[in-house]
Design a protein around this ligand. Structure first.
Ligand code: DAH
Length: 333
């Protein structure tokens, strides 16, 4: 064997070893392509080695030619395999990166809710609107006349006491109940009347678990020819059954200055009688105050505390929870 042959064989062996190591170490498709060009390209290292074949005798060429082809094929195979492996790894990585893990916690959007006081008002109004009532509102700052006088409340009635009512420096007051809306509505409308009036009321109560200085009431009033206590009872019963379900209900004789006769209504709830509402037939004096003829018209009215209803319906133990805007509480509704 000539030294040139030996030389070329050594060069090919070195090239083969270096190329295989480089291919094995390639990490990217780009570097695989660079290695292909570097070793097998037109001006690549294999071509350089083969350039030396010119010096060989015709007899030695086939031997080196065959060896060079083997090396070329081996490198080609290794480059192809490397490319296939890298592609597979790339696809695998992509699949893993894009996998949807359905057990991951989601991103929660903060969600608004209807406050339990508002939802109680909404439910009650739904019932009364269904019975043909329209929704009315009146001012929270009132005169003595609308809050007391026209409602047949005598000057010495305890409700008018400074202890119970917030009086304003100008002689007006913050309404202590929504009954004032009855007067305002009747003054400017003629019977038949059917209104439901929700709204905020104020009393100088010391705040505790069941009392708030600012609270809500919902008032209804119906005035027409021939309305009787039976109509009142049927309306109140329908309303309470819509709100509480088919619960036992009882009417107890009571007193309000603006109704005669008057009643308080209890519902049986978790085995106890709970007072939920005041009502009665509109006192003839109230009808006279707004210019209605009590010989022609009769009416009934009822009023209830919205907080009380919400607390019973949602098992809320302290009225103050309804006003503290604590999201841990409000998110339950
Ligand atoms: N205004 C009364 C209160 O605040 C509630 C009430 C009782 C309203 C009887 C009425 C009624 O309309 O007829 O305690």
């Amino acid at each position: 064997m000539t030294t040139q042959v030996k030389d070329l064989e050594n060069q090919l062996a070195e090239l083969r070893q270096a190329a295989l190591a480089a291919i094995a170490g390639a990490q990217t498709l780009e570097s695989v392509e660079q290695l292909r060009i570097a070793y097998l390209g037109k001006k690549g290292e294999l071509s350089v080695v083969l350039g030396g074949m010119g010096k060989l005798s015709a007899g030695d060429r086939p031997q080196i030619g065959a060896l060079a082809n083997q090396v070329k094929e081996l490198l080609q195979t290794n480059l192809d395999r490397k490319r296939t492996d890298l592609l597979a790894a790339q696809i695998q990585a992509q699949l893993e990166a894009e996998t949807l893990d359905v057990t991951m916690p989601g991103f929660y959007r903060p969600q608004g809710r209807v406050h339990p006081l508002q939802s109680t008002i909404d439910r009650a109004l739904d019932v009364f609107v269904g019975l043909g009532y329209t929704v009315e509102q009146g001012p929270e700052m009132e005169t003595d006349y609308y809050n007391f006088g026209a409602l047949n409340t005598p000057l010495d009635h305890p409700a008018r006491d400074m202890q119970d009512t917030f009086y304003l420096p100008d002689g007006n007051l913050l309404r202590t109940h929504t009954s004032s809306v009855q007067i305002r509505h009747m003054e400017t409308n003629e019977p038949p009347i059917r209104i439901a009036a929700p709204g905020r009321c104020y009393r100088r109560d010391t705040e505790d678990a069941t009392h708030a200085a600012v609270f809500h009431q919902l008032e209804i009033l119906a005035v027409d020819e021939g309305l009787t206590f039976t109509d009142l009872k049927g309306t109140v019963k329908t309303f309470l059954e819509e709100m509480f379900g088919p619960v036992p209900i009882r009417f107890r004789a009571s007193y309000f200055p603006f109704t005669e006769p008057s009643a308080e209504v209890d519902v049986q709830w978790n085995g106890r009688w709970l007072e939920v509402l005041g009502c009665g037939m509109v006192d003839p004096n109230v009808l006279k105050a707004v210019g209605y003829d009590p010989e022609v018209y009769t009416g009934f009215a009822a009023g209830f505390g919205v907080e009380r209803f919400a607390m019973v319906l949602h098992q809320i133990d302290d009225i103050r929870r309804l006003y503290t805007s604590d999201l841990r509480f409000l998110n339950q509704f």
